[in-house]
Design a binder for this molecule. Structure first.
Ligand code: FMN
Length: 165
């Protein structure tokens, strides 16, 4: 198998970026995520894949809810904040306007396009990322938007490399 060909194909897809937030017993977490997708039409389901190296993963495995914030082409700085910093070292929410769900999951006021997921299943097939599937229990959007894509955040270096774990 050619890793180069595989990587070329995946990079060419230029996926849209999201910020996934979660919380458990008052601890908040969130990170930039490129691995995500709608995973069922009826019933509607969404999946996100979180790196075992990330603090967000460690909170998410204990949490029941995840908020998926869909970034727009104007959100580069937010992507750098959530993708370039780790909650192991800084409080990413300290200077941000956030609302809270009933479970205390932070909702980023700056992001008008988001889906709140109640986790339905989790799959760890032994790789460096774990799949979280959830039922959308709330969704808000201010209308059609241009997503922030992977190619626009190539300058952001992950706060945790996937092989940190
Ligand atoms: C372009 C880009 C894409 C990323 N995609 C993912 C992803 O799909 N899943 C994930 O768990 N982390 C992903 N990361 C890494 C995390 O966003 C990053 O390591 C973050 O600092 C982790 O923060 P935390 O330790 O507070 O959770 C990505 C980072 C970048 C820069």
């Amino acid at each position: 198998m050619s890793d180069d060909a595989f990587d070329t194909i995946m990079r060419s897809l230029d996926p849209p970026m999201v910020v996934v937030t979660t919380a458990f017993e008052g601890e908040q977490a969130g990170c930039l995520v490129g691995f995500h997708a709608q995973s069922s039409i009826e019933p509607r389901r969404c999946a996100v894949w979180l790196s075992k190296a990330n603090r967000t993963y460690r909170i998410a495995v204990r949490a029941t809810s995840l908020a998926v914030h869909f970034l727009t082409s104007a959100d580069h700085d937010l992507a750098a904040h959530f993708g370039g910093l780790t909650g192991d070292e800084v409080d990413k929410f300290a200077d941000l306007a956030v609302g809270l769900t009933e479970e205390g999951v932070p909702l980023l006021t700056a992001c008008p396009h988001r889906v709140l997921l109640r986790r339905t299943s989790l799959m760890d097939e032994g790789g460096d990322h774990v799949c979280f599937v959830g039922e959308p229990v709330d969704a808000v959007s201010s209308g059609p938007f241009v997503p922030l894509r992977l190619s626009a955040v190539s300058d952001v270096h992950p706060g945790h490399a996937a092989d940190d774990c």
